[in-house]
Design a protein around this ligand. Sequence first.
Ligand SMILES: C[C@H](O)[C@@H](O)[C@@H](O)[C@H](O)C(=O)O
Ligand SMILES: [Mg+2]
Length: 436
Amino acid sequence: MDISIVDVEVKDIRFPTSLKADGSDAMHTDPDYSCAYVILKTNTDIRGYGLTFTLGRGTEIVVQACKSLSTLVKNQKVLNIFNDFASFWRKLTSESQLRWIGPEKGVIHLATAAIINALWDMWARIEKKPVWKLLVDLTPEQLVSTIDFRYITDFITKEEAIRMLRNNEVDKKKREKFLIENGYPAYTTQIGWLGYSDEKVKELCKKFLDLGFTSFKAKVGQNIKDDIQRCRLIRETIGYENKLMLDANQVWDVEEAIEWMKQLKEFKPVWIEEPTSPDDILGHAKIADELKSIGIAVATGEMCANRVMFKQLLQSKAIQFCQIDSARIGGINEILAVYFMAKKIGIPVCPHAGGIGLCEMVQHLQMWDFISLSGTTTDRVIEYVDQQHEHFENPVQLRNACYMPPIAPGYSTKLKNDCISNYIYPDGTEWRRTFN
Ligand SMILES: C[C@H](O)[C@@H](O)[C@@H](O)[C@H](O)C(=O)O
Ligand SMILES: [Mg+2]
């Protein structure tokens, strides 16, 4: 039947995570994990649920941006959108008045992600498949037709992307079976939030070792002495047979990043994440170049504005690990473009997750990548943080430190009704209690 979007609801959902320093890093010392949550209502029972991850006060601005963009979605026939998704995506990101406050970056692009994520959730619900399976089952032509290649054709073309998918079609079924049986490897950042005490860090390292984790990420960047002490503590607990990654969340200048990391080299971090401004492509390239000789790679992406920035980061070999974020750039359509570019240049994608709904979403994308595009998990892991999953109707499932493929239709983005009534800001029950 003809399904049309008749209404768009947008909600400001926040969790008081700063109270326990959950999620804290050198730059974001008191984050309240939050999201702008979008519900697309249709003339049928079918809905689409999407979100973008934000922090605290910023959420109200993203919510407003979602509302402004929603006029472009309202009264649309969903089949028209999905039959020519790239054109619809371009319409959303190119609206003549709204684009001025981007374009394709910042608040307006976060809002685009929330709406686009809701559309993919709806599409998967209509097809009665989880998003990863929807992506896997689309023909190469259909999948690539969802991507707007504007600004990246100098690096990758539609035809090349289709060819990449074709070349990998042979063993798709085998890989899907493998994934269903074994899941996809995860690493945890839970051990290393900057505001945690040493005792808590140690305790969490042990907890996640017991759960079978072999890769861990810790926050650094506020104070070198503390970093050395913290890294020593972590290495003493997890040993050198496990992997350690470090994350500075953009606090350093370029030279400072290089000097700081030289002082942490004895701890053998696999990568330093976000060593400097997310916009400084040449800066990242310089850091990567300088740290290569001491075996430390550079990773970034959670605040990379769009596919153009990713293109340049990849082209200039400024990163050795590409961290897509399901809520930062304009949703799945644009993220697929980044996966194709990363594949072309041979850089592994290790998604950023942890924030509200990010683990739930990125698992779908990385599973699609494994089955349909890269065909491997070598040098690839999905971030995992054990926070706020209980609020989702279909939360992530981990077994032996691996994400197990979601089964329920959709993008795993639907929040429970209770969660909304408790955490909607500022009137939710939990917030009223906190204020009192
Ligand atoms: C404020 C947030 O918790 C960030 O620190 C977090 O997303 C982090 O950069 C990460 O890589 O998980
Ligand atoms: Mg990070």
